[in-house]
Design a binder for this molecule. Structure first.
Ligand SMILES: N[C@@H]1[C@@H](O)[C@H](O)[C@@H](COP(=O)(O)O)O[C@@H]1O
Length: 290
């Protein structure tokens, strides 16, 4: 697993967006060989999406041959509700880029048969050959997607009851009224995320510092579901300085030193991407601890 530390939210967002752009360019997607991208909602990816839109507007990135799968969706919230993840994705990313609507996949939290909807979602992911890169955020309790503490690390897409902490955390999007937050959601499972060929998790802010420490310094644990990334052959966490507050100094120094060696071997592009793509795909792979 790799830990990339950047100064703040802006720097993290730019780094991740640039990484996504480079991965897509390197993949060179075509209609016959589309790039399959897993996407999160929440405040963590907003800056990444803003940068991806800028890249698109500058003619540096096309979404024409990209297929997306979102992580989760509330149950029972109308699709056009401003806080549905459907609305979030269209207003923050999809409506600003050239993605084909039929290539966008978001779970339907209003499906008459929710279990069937989840099963079909897994089938759709499999039908396009799996997810190439899954981006994610985490909750302060270390949950990924809506895989709340205690979720099976082998879980697949399913209906999930939200933890009280998550309802409280998300109340900020619902007039700070917890009674307005849906208490059920559809979510990809931990295993659905970990099946992706690469996983990149955004963790920013001091309120996520404990989760980051649990995720990377302790064992794989279903109480901090994002810790499953430790078992992934191509897992990357991109965090800001604030999120490192609970890490051991030696952990921070270790990952920073790895990156420094890397820069010397490959060269820097001033955004910290410095061969991030090349390092995964070949070349100095051994300097990236997988
Ligand atoms: N289901 C979403 C998660 O996918 C997201 O990672 C988390 C953190 O949100 P934020 O990025 O706003 O902190 O919120 C929700 O629980």
């Amino acid at each position: 697993m790799r830990l990339v530390i950047r100064k703040d939210f802006e720097a993290v967002s730019y780094h991740v967006a640039k990484y996504v752009k480079e991965r897509i360019k390197e993949f060179a997607p075509t209609p016959a060989k589309p790039f399959v991208l897993g996407l999160p909602t929440g405040s963590s990816p907003v800056g990444v999406y803003r940068n991806l839109v800028k890249f698109h507007q500058a003619g540096e990135l096309s979404f024409q041959n990209i297929i997306t799968f979102n992580m989760d969706e509330y149950v029972g919230l109308p699709r056009d509700h401003p806080e549905s993840y459907h609305s979030f994705m269209w207003s923050n990313l999809f409506k600003h880029v050239d993605i084909l609507p039929e290539n966008v996949h978001i779970l339907d939290g209003n499906a008459t048969d929710l279990d069937l909807e989840c099963q079909r979602y897994e089938e759709k992911i499999a039908a396009v050959g799996g997810i190439e890169l899954f981006l994610g955020g985490i909750g302060p309790d270390g949950h990924i997607a809506f895989n709340e503490p205690g979720s099976s690390l082998n879980s697949r897409t399913r209906v999930k009851t939200l933890a009280y902490d998550t309802i409280v955390a998300n109340a900020r999007f619902f007039d700070n009224d917890i009674t307005k937050v849906p208490n059920l959601a559809l979510t990809v499972g931990v295993a659905t995320v970990m099946d992706a060929r690469e996983v990149c998790i955004i963790i920013t802010g001091a309120h996520k510092a404990l989760a980051l420490a649990k995720c990377i310094e302790e064992g794989v644990n279903h109480m901090w579901t994002v810790s499953a990334i430790q078992l992934h052959p191509r897992g990357m966490v991109v965090c800001d300085e604030d999120a490192t507050l609970e890490l051991h100094v030696k952990t921070v120094n270790y990952f920073k030193s790895i990156e420094k060696v890397h820069e010397q071997l490959i060269g820097s592009d001033n955004v910290g991407l410095q061969g991030g793509v090349r390092s995964w795909r070949g070349g100095a792979e051994s300097t990236y601890h997988q």
